[in-house]
Design a binder for this molecule. Structure first.
Ligand code: ASP
Length: 437
């Protein structure tokens, strides 16, 4: 295993995980065994990644901002980041809408399949709907209000508060920029050192990634619903996968190539481990530590940029999710025989963009926010039950797109402010000689 690059090791882990899962489901007691003895290993892997995410955001954001030296640089970085994020998201929704209108997957769902799916997934769909209701009932400025915490420690205690922590860290960083260096140099050094330690811990966590993803995938196979349902929803799932493949395989690499001049191989070699972890965990937030390490050390993006662009991207830039929401909404409308006018579809562009920004970076969040897109477009929310069965695999794929989008934008922003250099690490084995045995 020593010579193999990390992404190959992770892929091997995934294949082994799927094989173990498939073998297990052949036996009556197999799934139970996997859930009792293998799934916890995957959960530990995700937990450790999530545990490191908050400290990483704080240390790297404060360190990155304190390096900026003046506020005008922060404002340039902020505007470019948000601007490019918005453009890529709207573009993603448009790709989704184009595909779903051409393929029309909803037309393949007959009355009987629709009723079966509605009955089978009614309870889960209700649960998702009631989760979405809270978001719907909130006032228009609630998301803005939620950005500002009243207690630092309360925010720190919940990973769902990542945006609050980002705001607090930016605020703290601004304070550091505004003070003369001699007064705050010790604080800067502290965050610098803390950041180094956290990055080292991520290196260590990544050594266990092949095992972690193997456990996650084995558990996923052991718990997945029957294949028949997948077949009924094949066209819908294929549309989503096609859209995501266009984003990840064509749009991002081309953008990266055109604006930074780097090669496709360089890009994919650098980002692949983060994509595989995103696929296995279905969470951009859990993947954030890996995304940051890979973009910084393997894609050559300066810490100043990654520390600002990536944590914000993980929480607000979800191109994969917005593309999926557009396809899912139109698919459900088609399955219910509802014709959507051009205006209604333009409305979907707007709501899917906002809903993806509002989606948390955790598994299934995109589906919860889909309820809002459906409600705005007048599509029956009961349709959620139709797509439940295949949501997890699609969630895995859209998280890959979300993470790849963040990494791409960080390269573009870095290039535009002259902060894209040569990567510190060209090969996995160069990076970990002392801890590998
Ligand atoms: N799981 C996705 C993410 O973390 C969000 C979603 O459900 O679409 O990026």
């Amino acid at each position: 295993m020593k010579k193999l690059a990390l992404h190959w090791k992770i892929m091997l882990g995934m294949v082994i995980g799927v094989i173990v899962g498939v073998i297990a489901v052949q036996f009556e007691s197999g799934p139970g065994l996997i859930i009792d003895w293998v799934k916890p290993l995957g959960t530990i892997f995700i937990n450790v990644l999530k545990m490191i995410a908050m400290p990483l955001i704080i240390a790297s954001l404060i360190k990155g901002l304190s390096d900026l030296q003046d506020i005008s640089k922060l404002s340039i970085l902020g505007k470019r980041t948000i601007g490019i994020y918005l453009v890529t998201t709207v573009f993603a929704v448009t790709i989704g809408l184009t595909i779903v209108n051409i393929v029309q997957p909803g037309k393949t769902i007959n009355e009987q399949t629709r009723t079966e799916l509605e009955q089978a997934y009614a309870t889960q769909a209700d649960r998702t709907r009631s989760m979405a209701q809270q978001a719907q009932e909130a006032g228009p400025l609630q998301p803005l209000e939620d950005l500002f915490a009243e207690n630092v420690f309360a925010s720190l205690s919940d990973n769902g508060n990542m945006l609050q922590i980002i705001v607090i860290s930016i605020f703290f960083g601004i304070g550091l920029i505004l003070l003369p260096n001699e007064k705050v140099s010790i604080v800067k050094k502290f965050f610098d050192g803390l950041n180094e330690v956290i990055l080292k811990l991520i290196d260590l966590i990544m050594l266990t990634a092949p095992y972690g993803v193997a456990a996650l995938l084995a558990a996923l196979v052991a718990e997945s619903p029957s294949v028949d349902i997948f077949i009924a929803l094949l066209w819908y799932a294929l549309c989503v996968v096609l859209g995501l493949a266009i984003l990840v395989g064509i749009v991002y690499p081309l953008l990266m190539r055109i604006f930074t001049g780097k090669s496709f191989g360089f890009f994919f070699n650098g980002i692949a481990p983060a994509q595989l972890v995103a696929f296995s965990t279905s969470s951009s937030a859990a993947t954030l530590p890996v995304t940051m390490e890979r973009t910084e050390e393997h894609l050559g993006v300066d810490k100043e940029v990654t520390s600002f662009v990536l944590p914000i991207g993980a929480t607000i830039n979800m191109d994969g999710t917005s593309l999926y929401q557009a396809i899912a909404a139109v698919f459900i409308a088609q399955a219910f025989g509802i014709e959507l006018s051009l205006t209604a579809q333009l409305g979907i562009v707007l709501t899917a963009t906002l809903a993806s920004i509002g989606s948390a970076a955790v598994p299934s969040a995109g589906m919860v926010m889909l309820v809002i897109v459906l409600a705005q477009a007048g599509i029956p929310e009961a349709g959620l039950a139709l797509i439940f069965a295949v949501d997890r695999p699609l969630d895995m794929c859209r998280t890959v797109a979300n993470v790849t989008g963040d990494a791409t934008v960080s390269m573009l922003v870095a290039k535009s402010v002259g902060k894209l250099g040569e990567p510190k690490v060209k090969d996995w084995d160069d990076h970990y000689p002392k801890i590998e045995n």
